[in-house]
Design a binder for this molecule. Structure first.
Ligand SMILES: C[S@@+](CC[C@H](N)C(=O)[O-])C[C@H]1O[C@@H](n2cnc3c(N)ncnc32)[C@H](O)[C@@H]1O
Length: 302
């Protein structure tokens, strides 16, 4: 990577972090809807135990779904858990060393701390407005665990949720087998994936930001440019791949598609380079799957 490219990456990461902080209240509201929809799937026997696969930082949102649930979140890394850590003391958010022999790294780490801290403060302010308080966090348990090898007994969870994580799982077949194993026979799963084929599916910093800039070159670069490499691991699955894998174990009761407001980028010239994909795949950001185990009854009327 050239020095220019490195500088560009740092600048774009900072810009993205600032945009993230600015949009935290929107993100919380948006996630709130996600959890609400997941838990509104009324289960015959009620919900008592919820599992979140690849929970990342947004686990506190699960509390919003109701304090009577016991919620378990698993994630293979804990670096995203800052909002949870800060609940006991803001200093807990700052638990990696700042000092380094390289002064640039020190400056970047300090900047990162400031950004993380302001994001967390805004995050909690929004939670408070939604009626959230620290007591409700008591129903949450988080564990560092790989989705491919869940340390839970079989058929224990009533509801399994996952958001923006399946596209990062390396062995999706194995993850789905584990999901099926730990879900109760009458349980439900609500899985949201960020589609790789979407405009933001490559997770490139600028395009991934909450506000997609109206003027942006290199759109769908992750699908067009063979030399493109992702900023973090992405399995590159398409909508039909998820459908095929989920259908092996589950009945897909519902598929909900969240569009990305980006059709203005999909000119005839661009689409000519993307003809392997349907237009819908290119302008759908997330897809939510409502899954039930094969052989169990429907939860939907009609
Ligand atoms: C984009 S984050 C999404 C986090 C959270 N669900 C949210 O909506 O903000 C994806 C998460 O998946 C986790 N992850 C990736 N591969 C995993 C694996 N094999 N097992 C468990 N977690 C994994 C990452 O550590 C990361 O926290």
């Amino acid at each position: 990577m050239s020095t220019f490219h490195k500088i560009l990456m740092v600048v774009s990461n900072i810009a993205n972090s600032i945009s993230y902080i600015y949009h935290i209240p929107d993100i919380v509201s948006y996630q709130f809807d996600f959890w609400k929809e997941a838990t509104e799937q009324k289960l015959d026997g009620g919900i008592s135990l919820v599992l979140d696969l690849g929970c990342g930082s947004t686990l506190p949102l699960t509390i919003i779904s109701g304090t009577h649930y016991r919620t378990v979140g698993i994630d293979k890394t804990s670096i995203y858990w800052i909002p949870l850590r800060i609940r006991s003391s803001p200093l807990n958010a700052i638990n990696t060393p700042i000092f380094d022999l390289n002064p640039i790294k020190v400056i970047l780490r300090i900047l990162e701390r400031i950004l993380n801290l302001s994001a967390t403060i805004r995050y909690y302010r929004k939670f408070k407005k939604l009626g959230f308080n620290n007591d409700k966090l008591k129903n949450i348990h988080i564990c560092r665990m790989d989705v491919s090898n869940l340390a839970f007994k079989s058929r224990v969870f009533d509801l399994i949720i996952s958001k923006a994580a399946f596209e990062h799982f390396e062995d999706i077949q194995r993850a789905t087998e584990e999901l099926n194993r730990v879900l109760k026979n009458d349980g439900r799963a609500f899985i949201g994936v960020h589609l790789f084929s979407s405009l933001s599916g490559g997770h490139d910093t600028f395009i991934y930001a909450w506000d997609t800039p109206k003027k942006f070159k290199n759109v769908w670069r992750h699908l067009i440019d063979k030399s493109w490499s992702p900023p973090l691991y992405l399995n590159r699955l398409r909508l039909q791949d998820y459908v095929n894998i989920f259908q092996k174990y589950f009945i897909i009761e519902k598929i909900k598609k969240n569009p990305e407001p980006c059709s203005y980028f999909l000119t005839e010239e661009i689409y000519a380079q993307l003809s392997d994909y349907t237009k819908e795949e290119l302008i759908t950001r997330e897809v939510y799957f409502s899954l039930k185990k094969k052989g169990s009854g429907s939860i939907y009327a009609g």
